[in-house]
Ligand binder design. Structure first.
Ligand code: HEC
Length: 209
């Protein structure tokens, strides 16, 4: 009752709670040194990748694509590598999940493009998933690589002869860098090789324990 009738007191109490709320949800996490430390494989962007990052920002890719793999099985599986991909690229059949995004991977991102809306798939682990030609074709005409795709064609990133402009080339360099601040493909394949080596060496008979 006292609070509801005394405006000054109410203001003071609201201000105190707002301060506490912001302090514990913003200031305390920001003091965590791990947030600013680059992850072990992180390296700054090259000039070309940085230029591509500006193109990504300018073209508004972030409106349809997030850059964060969350700690959910649906996401780590979906954005990981399937058997076909590991076989084609590393000569081994394995299912490798994409690790959830870690703060240290974003140490060189300013502003960050974590995003909030997924009209298209998440791009945090897309680097290395396709080759450069795939990306060029996809940007020129998304339907040519992904039938039924909703993504707009970025025709202004191509000249009259349908050749990629420097902006398109920079953009692809940037896309290929995404997710490589953690060498998860290489580490995952190495681990799978070890596991398969162990299971091949075990005397295992089907149907018997
Ligand atoms: C209107 C929403 C929209 C916008 C804007 C958009 N995309 Fe997409 N994007 C999609 C959809 C939907 C897909 C899934 C189908 C496909 O592969 O085309 C996709 C797929 C992709 C993929 C393949 C992802 C994968 O794992 O297969 C890449 C790479 C990509 N987009 C990059 C970009 C870039 C770079 C831009 C900005 C120049 C951009 N997108 C803008 C909707 C969008």
């Amino acid at each position: 009752m006292k609070l509801e009738t005394n405006a000054i007191l109410l203001l003071v109490v609201v201000a105190v709670f707002m301060f506490l709320g912001s302090y514990f949800t913003m200031v305390v996490p920001l003091m965590d040194a791990r947030l600013n430390a680059p992850s072990k494989d992180a390296r700054p962007y090259t000039e070309l990748e940085m230029k591509g990052r500006h193109v990504y920002q300018k073209e508004g890719c972030v409106y349809c694509h997030t850059q964060q793999v969350r700690n959910l099985l649906e996401e780590t599986q979906r954005y990981g590598m399937g058997e076909e991909e590991t076989f084609k690229r590393f000569g081994i059949r394995a299912l490798i999940q994409a690790p959830p995004s870690q703060p240290g991977e974003f140490a060189y991102d300013q502003p960050h493009f974590l995003g909030t809306r997924r009209v298209g798939p998440d791009l945090a682990r897309v680097g290395g998933k396709y080759d450069n030609t795939w990306h060029i074709n996809h940007l020129r005409d998304p339907r040519s690589t992904s039938p039924g795709s909703l993504m707009p064609a970025y025709s202004w990133l191509f000249d009259k002869a349908s050749q990629p402009t420097p902006d398109a080339i920079a953009l692809v360099a940037y896309i290929q860098k995404l997710g490589t601040n953690y060498k998860w493909r290489e580490e995952g394949v190495e681990q799978a090789r070890k596991l398969q080596g162990i299971s091949a060496a075990l005397p295992f008979k089907e149907g018997k324990q």
